[in-house]
Design a protein around this ligand. Structure first.
Ligand code: ZN
Length: 309
């Protein structure tokens, strides 16, 4: 068993319509699933990814309407790092973000900025053997599109124990100082630990958890492996699109292990992913009342090329 990089990352938004506008229109990601929080069906859980909704490119947001902006602190991921193809792609993004009133700082091989709610984003040019995971968008030329996750940057206080977990049971490799890679046969992804600025405050623009990618069918074995470390993983939870185990690592970062599959096409066709509201089976009976309570969202099809046969 080995981790195949980052599966998905989940964050919090206080403004779902603006969140859709930014991630689907500005960044050109595909909204691949529009569903509700399994614990509160009156708020969204939105999933943005590449064209196929692949693990490795899936950024999700829980909607907490009107939530105040949080503050990144210890035990929290503060920046999400995406791959892009070239320096020309970075030029494109600096210009495109400037057109939205967002200033990105530019370095060789990378740009750093924040989304409208303060979530740290970084685009990097890296040489990797992994397949690029991109979405199609009318506004973002294919050669400049995001290509999936490279890494997350996190604030950690208990580096020795956080890193022992990675190097031991989880099987990551330290490829630079405090920079750890989970590389499997399919993909790789990294977590980089940085000095914590102090306590954080959860809220809009903060990351809730990062999920590592495991094989479908491996979830029970991983659950037991983590339990043997003395950490306290949840039982395997069925998230319908994948199966998950959650646990807090020693510095307090919430990790999830999520299976590759069944995937987002388990309840709607690939061609129209994310266009209709998907509900967990136990909420289907109350679809009408749930739909009426949800915030109206922009129509994402206006930013997507027409489906070609
Ligand atoms: Zn998750």
């Amino acid at each position: 068993m080995q981790l195949e990089g980052i599966h998905h990352i989940s964050a919090i938004t206080g403004d779902a319509p603006a969140n859709v506008d930014f991630y689907a229109r500005v960044l050109g990601m595909r909204l691949v699933k529009k569903t509700v929080n399994q614990d509160d069906p009156t708020v969204y859980h939105l999933f943005y990814a590449d064209e196929d909704g692949s693990p490795g490119a899936d950024l999700t947001f829980f909607e907490y309407p009107g939530a105040r902006q949080g503050r990144h602190g210890s035990g929290m991921v503060h920046t999400i790092v995406f791959r892009v193809a070239s320096e020309a792609a970075l030029d494109f993004w600096v210009d495109r973000l400037a057109g939205e009133g967002i200033e990105a700082s530019r370095d060789t091989g990378r740009i750093v900025f924040a989304d409208p709610e303060g979530l740290g984003l970084e685009f990097v040019v890296v040489e990797r053997p992994d397949a690029p995971l991109s979405a199609r968008s009318l506004d973002v030329p294919a050669e400049f599109a995001l290509q999936g996750f490279e890494a997350v940057r996190a604030y950690a206080d208990d580096w020795p124990r956080s890193e022992a977990l990675l190097s031991g049971p989880m099987g990551l490799t330290e490829i630079a100082s405090h920079d750890w890679e989970a590389r499997g046969e399919l993909r790789g992804g990294r977590i980089v630990f940085e000095d914590s600025p102090g306590r954080g405050v959860p809220g809009a623009g903060t990351v809730h958890h990062v999920a590592w990618s495991i094989g479908l069918g491996e979830e029970e074995a991983w659950q037991q492996l983590i339990a043997r470390t003395g950490l306290r993983p949840t039982p395997v939870i069925d998230r319908f699109y994948f199966r998950s185990v959650y646990f807090r690592e020693p510095s307090g970062i919430l990790y999830e292990l999520a299976t590759r599959g069944p995937g987002f096409t388990s309840d709607e066709p690939k061609e129209t992913l994310g266009e209709a509201l998907s509900l967990p089976p136990n909420f289907e009976a109350v679809r009408d009342s749930v739909s009426q309570k949800l915030t109206p969202l922009p129509d994402v099809t206006q930013w997507r090329p027409a489906v070609t046969a």
